[in-house]
Ligand binder design. Sequence first.
Ligand SMILES: [Zn+2]
Length: 115
Amino acid sequence: MSKRSDAGDTTCPYRRTGYSPEPRVWRLESLTAREKEVFLLLGTGQGNRELARELGIAERTVKAHIANIVAKLGERTRTQAAIVSALAHGSLCTDPMCSRRLGQIPRQRRAPSVA
Ligand SMILES: [Zn+2]
């Protein structure tokens, strides 16, 4: 174990590593309507069998959708796509009761006004 992990470093890993999954959210426009539906469900962390049940389609069809989504977003794995899905939820979810929609969150943070 390194000293770093012993210390429990919780400084921002996005800043520290320069790696952030958020820019890939911008590639979502390449997805079809059905792929967006599958993509949104992917962010729940459920397996293909559960997603197939939720969508009322075969598991192999879910796998095909996810393979297309992973490719279109430029990801390597299903898990990477699921992370992007969770981050993009606010911009994709259309449920008015959803607490994570962008409309529920202030779009701009304004600096305190200096008089
Ligand atoms: Zn939602």
